[in-house]
Design a protein around this ligand. Structure first.
Ligand SMILES: Cc1ncc(COP(=O)(O)O)c(C=O)c1O
Length: 428
């Protein structure tokens, strides 16, 4: 989420009363400790009613059991858990095929989320540009639309890359082909095209972006690779938008990331990054480690963590299959579009996203309707929804976003829309 310019870090939260801030001298029995923890967390949002998050918030009992059973396996320990490592590779092949790559050639990693995936993909673009450009004093840049997730600015900040951002225009936050080509030059390490924007849920036109870059390459010889940030869309488009061209079938697309823990239906802690083949992944990302036994090469930033999210990703592929994922996401898209229609009927909102791409509804409102007040009112009904400032040059506008996930029910859509309707009537 973009931080409004000039925003300062808030004061640190006061410690809850009764919290001593140090480890107790003696322990307590498990039930008492668990009750104390639950008590401390009691006022946080109820995940299933948190319409701000893209993350999966509900799981079938079988999935929970499987998750718990593999919680104690370290994903990094390829020596002792080679079958887990093979699951990672199998998931990479499955995703490679879903993203229209050659599943015998794609390579990739399980990450903690799309943020780590973006750092890896960005670094690979940077290394490969350095190899192409040779030594020199030019500062590398990365071309992106105004609505990119903060992880891309994070990458640019930490690796000294200029974020070259196309400004948002009325009705459109995303990057288009003309802007991508215009902003790219010989110092461009790559273009990030987003399949499912964080702020609006809309797909950027990856085919158009790739085509314009092809045209620019033919004219100027400047050959700029595309990375697709499909954090949300990587698990939606293959199932719901088979006609859309956005993946490895476009030769200019060198790498793609997605969040397993979003529409991949996995608990928090899993992302994926894939390259179309070994040649398109920087060799310098590989890091040899042998302290666990024999030699292994890691391409991730983080090492030890639970293997359970990867186990669940593979489980989900078996459990749902293509048809199951399609059914789950078609339902969410239907509900998002239904919600958008109900909000449209109030006549008070303008739509940035209406559920046609990601199952996300994002709106701005008439000047006399304060979205922050609406969000507060919805909060009193138990619904958590974010209100945020749009990026430059639309930053005088605020927007509100509802993420529809598989655990939202039609009755929830009705009651949410009724609460919005009641608020809009009270402010007429
Ligand atoms: C387009 C996009 N990219 C990257 C991210 C970061 O994903 P993660 O939370 O999996 O790190 C998000 C998160 O919402 C996103 O919407």
């Amino acid at each position: 989420m973009p931080v409004p310019s000039g925003a300062k870090e808030g004061p640190s939260r006061p410690r809850p009363s009764g919290s001593p801030g140090r480890i107790p001298r003696h322990g307590m029995d498990p039930a008492a400790a668990a009750a104390a923890v639950r008590h401390r967390l009691r006022d946080d949002a109820e995940p299933a009613r948190n319409l701000a998050t893209f993350l999966t918030t509900s799981f079938e009992p079988e999935a929970e059991r499987l998750h718990n059973a593999y919680l104690n396996r370290n994903l990094a320990d390829r020596e002792q858990y080679p079958a887990v490592d093979e699951l990672v590779q199998e998931c990479v092949r499955i995703l490679g095929e879903l993203w229209r790559g050659d599943h015998t050639r794609v390579v990739g990693s399980a990450t903690t989320g799309s943020s780590e995936a973006a750092l890896l993909a960005g670094l690979s673009l940077l290394h490969r540009w350095e190899e192409r450009a040779g030594s020199g004093v030019r500062r590398p840049n990365l071309v992106m639309g105004a609505g990119v997730h903060a992880c891309w600015r994070n990458f640019c900040r930490h690796w000294g890359v200029e974020p070259r951002v196309a400004p948002a225009r009325p009705g459109c936050i995303g990057l288009d082909g003309a802007a991508a080509a215009e902003l790219s030059d010989e110092s461009t390490i790559g273009v990030v095209a987003v399949l499912g924007g964080t702020l609006d849920g809309r797909y950027e036109p990856v085919l158009e972006i790739a085509t314009e870059l092809d045209r620019a390459a033919a004219q100027s010889g400047i050959d700029v690779p595309v990375h697709v940030d499909a954090a949300g869309g990587g698990f939606i488009a293959p199932f719901l938008d088979p006609e859309l061209e956005w993946g490895f079938d476009l030769p200019r697309v060198v790498s793609i990331n997605a969040s397993g823990h979003k529409y991949g239906q996995v608990p928090p802690g899993l992302g994926w990054v894939l390259w179309r083949d070994r040649d398109h992944r920087s060799r310098r990302l590989g890091f040899p480690v042998n302290y666990l036994g024999s030699n292994h090469t890691y391409h991730e930033f983080s090492f030890s963590r639970s293997a359970a999210p990867v186990v669940l990703q593979y489980y989900n592929f078996l459990r749902y299959g293509f048809a199951g994922y399609r059914r789950i996401h078609a339902r969410s898209r239907y509900l998002a579009q239904d919600l958008a229609e109900r909000l449209r009927a109030t006549g008070r909102f303008r739509f940035l996203g209406d559920g046609r791409d990601l199952p996300v509804v994002a709106v701005t409102a008439e000047p006399d309707l304060k979205l922050s007040q609406l969000a507060r009112q919805l909060g009193e009904c138990g619904w958590a929804v974010p209100v945020y400032q749009l990026p430059p040059d639309l930053d005088e506008l605020t927007a509100m976003r509802v993420v529809v996930r598989s655990d939202l029910h039609p009755a929830d859509v009705s009651s949410f829309a009724a609460a919005v309707d009641q608020f809009t009537r009270s402010t007429k």
